[in-house]
Ligand binder design. Structure first.
Ligand code: ARE
Length: 547
């Protein structure tokens, strides 16, 4: 009777160990299994209904300990109990470097942060758009601010030679942009970060290069005879027309040239049809070698990992090979927008957690899902990601989104969402300026890229204080970093859950509603040790209690 209704196999998301415990997941057709029990050794453990989608229900049991186990499932089905299994297997174990779990990231777009070298050339405003002149010395200058926040890892958007302020159009992968201070200042930054135990990940743009990268210039110049023709996805020769080159070389202002170029045709694939960003040909082994060489080069010079741009536009096999070739202590995060499963486990340790971001938006910002739906969404994502969830790069905003404070429009609501992020599974991050309540401006991709404000008179100090406190809690608690997530109650805007790691546990209550909400505090969290205690949470507030 169980045929076709139930599923389990010892794969990375159905049987895995993490932080001293083992997770076992079982799937049943929706409504077909009112009760599932995991039997292992002489124990029988009731499995928790964790999540459902349109077709299935997912049950989970978490056992103490790691290592091979023998087990089977006792499933109640149509009034009978059937046994599914037995299995005898070694749980999957992720190879994420340990240091990653203890980190809170701070993301900086160097051009928009601060300027440390008065003499740094401002650079040509390539598209008439926005150089602010921030540089790496500006980051060094502000390390006390960064360290004082409590964050202990940096993610810098691209820092290599390029012609725009955002630097996603690389012209030389082996050179730190001289407008940022060049190699000398980079080395100094690395040294300072090491002293403060702050890790560093860099942004690797390997989906495309700049149009002005010497390899692509060679293709334009020498056409079919170019040594680099197979580095790109050229669809015909000449690669660009005479007209294209004329506009490019004209003396018109950049915005005007840019507008004209956009209307012309060119014979190569590019990022979102942006002529400035010709797509690399990842089937070419020489391109693969280049990616590997660049990544290794900077890991050997102080970087601790990479965030890989448009990772979903590059075949996963390439990244899988790269992963094998990289030192084991490098954290690899892919930018994958949707379902990340093809890109995890033996590919990246984590990806930028856009699915979580979508859920956060729908619950905290749009209010278009109920508290129960939010929980189900979280747990479904957890079912999909398995152990990779703990190494995902989580964010409320980044350089491609609007600022969360602008979206949510209220400091208290912002802090509720931040409290959630800091106490949830996955690596939390802060986008520079969020800590002082920096607002964005404009629309589209660059709406959040406001220059950092350094006049403390303009800072939101209560928000800064709360942010520091939440970061501190995260950093001090292994339960928040690695613990199991145990929902207690998710309804009417109240999120109540525990994070549990061995003997450590943390209780989190977030009241995301305009009404007061009563919660029961279990005895282990109350100093009085005389039974549970009832407290009330004010509207849009939260509480985090450690045992
Ligand atoms: C600039 C302007 C834009 C303008 C564009 C085209 O800012 O307003 O529309 O030019 O003229 C970098 C710069 C951008 C720049 C862009 C192109 O940071 O400022 O845009 O280059 O020159 C998709 C991709 C995803 C990508 C986002 C932006 O899948 O990989 O778009 N993210 C990375 C970086 C970006 C970077 C690049 C890629 C290019 O993080 O900063 O842009 O190297 C849905 C879709 C997603 C889509 C997303 C867009 O969710 O499903 O696929 O992501 O919308 O937000």
């Amino acid at each position: 009777i169980g045929k076709g209704k139930f599923f389990h196999r010892p794969s990375a998301t159905y049987l895995y160990s993490f932080a001293g415990r083992t997770h076992v997941v079982f799937r049943a057709l929706r409504g077909k299994a009112p009760r599932v029990v995991l039997r292992t050794g002489d124990k029988e453990i009731e499995m928790r209904l964790k999540a459902h989608d349109d077709l299935f229900e997912y049950f989970e049991a978490v056992l103490p300990g790691e290592g091979p186990i023998e087990y089977s499932f006792l499933v109640e089905c149509e009034g009978k109990t059937i046994e599914y299994g037995p299995f005898d297997a070694e749980p999957y174990k992720s190879e994420t470097p340990e240091w990653v779990f203890g980190r809170v990231f701070y993301q900086i777009m160097p051009d928009r942060f601060d300027r440390g070298l008065p003499g740094t050339p401002r650079g040509r405003a390539f598209r008439g758009e926005g150089f602010h002149g921030g540089d790496l010395a500006g980051i060094i200058k502000r390390l006390d601010h960064i360290e004082g926040l409590g964050v202990n890892a940096l993610y810098l958007t691209p820092i290599f030679e390029s012609m725009t302020y955002h630097r996603y159009d690389v012209t030389d992968y082996f050179r730190v942009d001289r407008k940022l201070g060049g190699w000398g200042v980079f080395r100094k930054l690395v040294e300072e970060l090491k002293k403060r135990d702050i890790r560093l990940i860099l942004d690797g743009v390997f989906h495309h290069t700049s149009f002005f990268h010497p390899y692509f210039q060679d293709v334009i110049l020498n056409g079919e005879k170019s040594r680099y023709r197979d580095f790109y996805r050229v669809t015909g020769f000449p690669v660009v027309s005479e007209e294209f080159l004329e506009v490019l070389k004209s003396s018109e202002p950049w915005p005007e040239r840019y507008r004209k170029l956009k209307g012309l045709k060119w014979n190569y694939e590019s990022f979102y049809s942006v002529w400035l960003m010709p797509r690399l040909n990842h089937d070419n082994p020489e391109v693969r070698q280049l990616v590997e060489d660049v990544m290794r080069h900077w890991l050997e010079r102080g970087a601790d990992g990479w965030r890989l741009d448009v990772a979903h536009g590059v075949p996963p096999e390439l990244w899988r090979e790269i992963r094998k070739a990289m030192p084991g202590n490098a954290y690899l995060v892919g930018e994958v927008m949707d379902d990340a499963r093809l890109w995890l486990f033996d590919v990246f340790h984590g990806t930028m957690n856009y699915p979580l971001y979508e859920l956060i938006l729908r619950f905290f910002v749009e209010g278009e899902i109920t508290t129960e739906e939010f929980l189900n969404g979280l747990e479904l994502l957890s079912v999909h990601l398995g152990p990779a969830e703990y190494a995902m790069y989580n964010f409320l905003d980044n350089h491609d989104t609007e600022r969360f404070i602008d979206l949510v429009g209220d400091e208290k609501k912002y802090l509720c969402a931040l409290a959630f992020l800091m106490t949830y599974r996955g690596i939390p991050s802060i986008f520079y300026g969020d800590e002082i309540g920096l607002n964005g401006g404009g629309e589209g991709l660059s709406a959040g890229r406001t220059p950092m404000k350094w006049d403390e008179g303009e800072w939101n100090l209560s928000l800064l204080k709360a942010t520091k406190e939440l970061i501190r809690l995260r950093r001090e608690s292994r339960a928040l970093q690695r613990g199991e997530f145990r929902p207690i109650s998710f309804k009417n805007g109240l999120l109540l859950y525990e994070r549990v790691h061995g003997d450590d546990s943390v209780l989190v209550g977030i009241n995301y509603s305009g009404e007061r909400a009563a919660i029961e505090i279990p005895e282990k969290y109350t100093p009085a040790k005389n039974g549970s205690k009832r407290i009330e949470l004010a509207p849009w507030s939260f509480i985090v209690l450690t045992k």
